[in-house]
Write a protein that binds this ligand. Structure first.
Ligand code: NAD
Length: 499
């Protein structure tokens, strides 16, 4: 069994705390590696290294910094298969899904190559007599990010690509469940020419996170993960005077209007509900058909599609629809919630509870489940299940359906399937959710737009990637300058004239 490392000052460094987390192979249920859990001292060392390296990196002109990002993109493409394989092995998702994880992160790196343009400041000539005014965006210094298990390539890149393009140093604390790809990314970035100490990976759990939250040198913290932890990190990070953005959990509703193309809606729901075993913050977990006839037609189309889903390990080929969930605890939690749905009176139309994959009996595979007649007081409706479980809540009108999505505490993504432009437009305008799909089930914005939910799905003012990231990872400084010649004759005259 392999002991993984931290990546500090350009080197793989063994953990010295004596604490480790098991990294599982979710398909077999075996422990395949151990991730070191950093002590405060180990985190402090990475911060010291970053603080030393950062000023020189910030002084590199933005175009040269962008060239390092260009080279990094080349290397990501070169190593795509290797990265995807390492990702699938620890996370469990299929290889095409894992490659997609890397690809979506890579696209943010590509966007950040525009740093010279995105970092340009503003200038006002002759704001007063001989006075010019200009503003510039400066790097924050040492920044940090704490990321979840479900996108171990994409989400770290969402954070560190803009942070580094802006001239910051970045300390990544990835999920202890699948830390290998983040370590590979740090190595690749240095191969692309990034100076040592600008991107470091410190593995760990709450201990390392608390050390990040309390370290006086760390200027900003990005977090993506579950809502209770997001709230904790936001509160403690802000109280310590840091710039913090936290993205949390979700319960994404898809409304299906009677006029929707029902085949298209069913296909979309199967992909968005069960893809990646439902372990996506943008997964659709609640279907809201409008009218009983729509609901009956939809369920009739969904059932055979769901029953056809192929569940298996990533090694079984590209026709596998989804793999195991990440841990035994995650599997148990999903099955417990499914049971609560049955006990609380929902109708289990597709029952995956007895699913067993021959040869992989110890793996964390979960069969697909479909519930009908779910009501808003049930735990399966209120809770983020993060598994292959789709709940159907029947609505009798568009207003009732809209109300469900509006009233839920989460507000990450939502979708409407309809052929009616008026309804779609009304939905997009009124809904209190951050990312909206119209006949698109997983409306993840592309790299040059921003990503972020509302309500309990996000804490902080700015979204991830796109132009917001360049605001989050810089401070604006505004200079008002007057030069002596501006005070001579002409300057005085202008001043009087202006009065
Ligand atoms: P998680 O909250 O358990 O862990 C996220 C990170 O926080 C990890 O790095 C972990 O080590 C750390 N952490 C865990 N417990 C902690 C504690 N008590 N104190 C301090 N740090 C702690 O989340 P997860 O299970 O890795 O990921 C799944 C969750 O992430 C889901 O809720 C999903 O919706 C959410 N997510 C949200 C988005 C988004 O953009 N909104 C994107 C992806 C995932």
């Amino acid at each position: 069994m392999q002991d993984l490392t931290h990546y500090i000052n350009g080197e793989h460094v063994a953990g010295i705390s004596g604490r480790f987390a098991d990294v599982m192979n979710p398909a077999t249920g075996e422990v395949q590696a151990r991730a070191p859990l950093a002590s405060v001292e180990e985190l402090n060392r990475a911060v010291d290294v970053a603080a030393k390296a950062q000023p020189a990196w910030a002084a590199v002109n933005p175009q040269r910094r962008a060239r390092v990002l260009m080279k990094f993109v080349d290397l990501l493409n070169r190593d795509m298969d290797k990265l995807a394989e390492a990702l699938s092995r620890e996370h469990g998702k299929t290889l095409p899904d894992a490659a997609g994880d890397v690809q979506r992160g890579l696209e943010v790196v590509e966007y950040c190559i525009g740093a010279p343009q995105l970092l340009k400041g503003e200038y006002t000539d002759s704001a007063g007599p001989g006075i010019d005014l200009y503003s510039m965006r400066q790097a924050l210094g040492v920044t940090a990010g704490i990321t979840p298990f479900n996108f171990p390539a994409m989400i770290p890149m969402w954070m560190f690509a803009p942070a580094i393009a802006c001239g910051n140093a970045f300390i990544l604390k990835p999920s202890e469940r699948d830390p290998s790809v983040p370590l590979m990314l740090a190595e690749l970035f240095e191969e692309a020419g990034l100076p040592k100490g600008i991107l470091q990976v410190v593995n760990g759990d709450k201990g390392a996170v608390d050390a990040i939250l309390d370290h006086p040198v760390i200027q900003s913290i990005g977090f993506v993960g579950s809502t209770p932890i997001a709230e904790y990190i936001y509160g403690r990070g802000c109280a310590n005077g840091k710039r913090v953005q936290c993205f949390g959990g979700a319960k994404n509703h898809m409304i299906i209007m009677p006029d929707a193309d029902m085949d298209q809606a069913a296909d979309a729901l199967v992909g968005a509900g069960y893809g990646a075993a439902g372990e996506r913050c943008m997964a659709i977990s609640v279907a809201v058909p409008v009218g009983d006839e729509t609901a009956d037609r939809l369920i009739e189309k969904l059932v055979p599609r769901i029953e056809k889903l192929k569940v298996g390990p990533y090694t079984a080929g590209n026709d596998v629809d989804y793999g195991p969930v990440v841990t035994k605890a995650a599997k148990e939690n999903i099955l417990r919630l499914v049971q609560s749905g049955v006990d609380q009176g929902a109708k289990l139309v597709v029952d995956g509870r007895d699913f067993n994959l021959q040869g992989y009996e110890d793996g964390f595979f979960v069969g697909a489940h479909l519930f009908d007649n779910v009501t808003t007081d049930m735990d399966i409706y209120k809770t983020e299940i993060f598994g292959p479980v789709l709940s159907t809540v029947r609505a009798q009108s568009y207003e009732e359906a809209l109300g469900y999505a509006m009233d839920h505490e989460y507000g990450n993504g939502t979708a409407i399937f309809t052929r009616d432009g008026d309804t779609a437009r009304d939905f997009a305008n009124r809904i209190n959710v951050g990312m909206i799909g119209v006949n698109v089930p997983i409306p993840v914005p592309l790299a040059y737009h921003t990503f972020g939910g509302w309500k309990k799905s996000a804490f902080g003012d700015l979204n991830q990637h796109g132009p917001d990231a360049f605001k989050f990872y810089t401070r604006t400084k505004t200079v008002t300058a007057r030069w002596p010649s501006g005070l001579k004759d002409g300057g005085e005259f202008h001043f009087k004239a202006m009065d």
